[in-house]
Design a protein around this ligand. Sequence first.
Ligand SMILES: [Zn+2]
Length: 167
Amino acid sequence: MEREGADFYSRVSRIAADPRARKLFHDLADGRLEAASLLITRYGELSDEDHDLEAEDANRRLEEKGLTRPSIYPHKSVETAVCFVCGEEVLVDDLPPECPFCGASGYSFESDIDEGQAFAMVRENESKRLDFYRQSMQAASGDARALLATLIQQGEECLRDLEAEGP
Ligand SMILES: [Zn+2]
C-alpha cells in the first residue's frame, strides 16, 4: 500500500504545474517510500511472492473481521495526462518531452491542479490511510501492532503539518 502511495504521488508530482503542489506531492512520495522501507525492515528480505502471500493473509484476516482494505488513491486520475493543445492522451509513466500527436512542448501535459486542490486531495488520501491503519491495529497484535502504531503516529504528524501549512 505504501508503494502504491509513492507511485501515486510521484506520478501526480510529474504533471502538476503549480510548483507548491508539485513540491507537496514530491514530499508525500518521499514519505510513502520511507514508510515502505520501514515495513520492509520489519518484514525483512521477503520475496515478492512472500509479500503477496502476507498481504493476502492480512487482507483475509481483515475481511474476517468485517473490514476491507479501502481504495485510497485515485490512481485513474493520474494514470494519463491530456495534451491541452490537441486533446490526445499519454501515459504519465511514459511522459514524452513533447506531444507525439501535435508536437506541443511537454508543458502541454501539465495539470492545472492548484495548491488548494492539491492539499485537499492529500488530506483526503492521508485521512483514509490513517483510518485504515487504525482499523488494522484493532486486528493486529505484537510487533505488527507496534509497527502500525508508529505508522499512525507518523501519519498524524503529517496531517497536522498539512493543516498548518495548507492554504
Ligand atoms: Zn498535442
